[in-house]
Design a protein around this ligand. Structure first.
Ligand code: NAP
Length: 269
């Protein structure tokens, strides 16, 4: 398989479904040897089989990326199989849909950890390999990483923490030649079976967003791949995302007023 990423090894965390899966496919179709990851081995095996049928170079590693030991194993198995690591896409995440008042501390912890340590631990474990390859690390954030949103306190806190982490690493590790990028993903089409965590940890359906505002998973994956290829630092996806980001930045009071108004109306309805 030839392409822009020929000879490169890319790990995409949380790639058994959704945006991660589409990103893994795009990297592999552009020549990369790809490591797919998630906690469910069955989902990974299914995707691995499909990718192998297409002739793509793939390794499936089930690992919980919030645990450092698991991340060390993820990297060690990748290096053993493919010889190194060039690209790490920190995509895995758990999403929530409940108020701070309702959410159980354990559920809060789970969401926060998956969005913070879940990106930080794989980066830590892969660092020496990435220094050797002068590779690329991309953090997958969200509009929730630009401003707090209702019913998503732990998710927003986690995605915002990623911004601080990304900024620290860009400065601290500038001399290593590693590229650190962050993508603020906007509303995106979800897999039909995607679920979010609510109060006591039960899984609930995802809130529908207006179809017009949603990007396809292919569009989002293409932006992530482009971020690596062009070694971009910060990408805000979609016209809607860019508009919201400008509003949050330059008109914070009006934006806060509008978001609060919408939320209060939702509660009253
Ligand atoms: N979809 C959107 O509208 C949207 C918008 C903005 C930002 N984003 C961001 O885009 C990224 C992908 O979102 P998505 O909608 O594609 O999510 P998704 O379909 O729910 O997929 C999440 C992936 O993460 C894996 N995962 C979760 N916790 C894990 C853990 N502890 N260790 C290893 N793997 C784990 C899941 O597999 P297992 O369950 O098998 O572990 C799954 O493969 C996330 O960072 C999300 O915050 C999405």
């Amino acid at each position: 398989m030839s392409g822009a990423f020929q000879g490169k090894v890319a790990i995409i965390t949380g790639s058994s479904s959704g945006i991660g899966k589409t990103t893994a496919l795009q990297f592999a179709r552009q020549g990369a040897s790809v490591v797919i990851n998630g906690r469910s081995k069955d989902k990974l095996d299914e995707l691995r089989a499909t990718m192998e049928e297409e002739g793509l170079s793939v390794l499936a590693i089930a690992a919980d990326i919030t645990a450092y030991k698991e991340c060390e194993r993820l990297i060690a198995e990748t290096v053993k199989h493919f010889g190194g690591v060039d690209i790490l896409i920190n995509n895995a995440s758990l999403t929530m849909n409940d108020t701070f008042e309702n959410i159980h501390p354990d559920t809060f912890n789970q969401v926060l950890l998956s969005n913070t340590l879940g990106a930080m631990m794989p980066t830590k474990a892969a660092l020496s390999q990435l220094k050797q390859s002068k590779g690329s690390v991309v953090f997958i954030s969200s509009l929730a990483g630009l401003h707090g949103l209702p019913a998503g306190s732990a998710y927003c806190a986690g995605k915002m923490a990623l911004t601080g982490f990304w900024q620290s690493l860009r400065i601290e590790l500038d001399h290593t030649g590693i590229h650190f990028g962050i993508c603020y993903v906007s509303f995106t089409q979800n897999d039909k079976d995607k679920r979010m965590l609510a109060g006591a940890g039960e899984l609930v359906e995802v809130d529908e967003r207006p179809a017009l505002l949603k990007q396809s998973q292919e569009q989002v994956a293409s932006a992530i791949v482009r971020c690596v290829r062009k070694r971009k630092a910060k990408v805000v996806l979609s016209r809607f995302g860019k508009f919201i980001s400008v509003m949050f930045r330059y008109m914070p009071r009006i934006t806060l007023f509008l978001v609060t108004l919408i939320n209060n109306r939702r509660i009253a309805a």
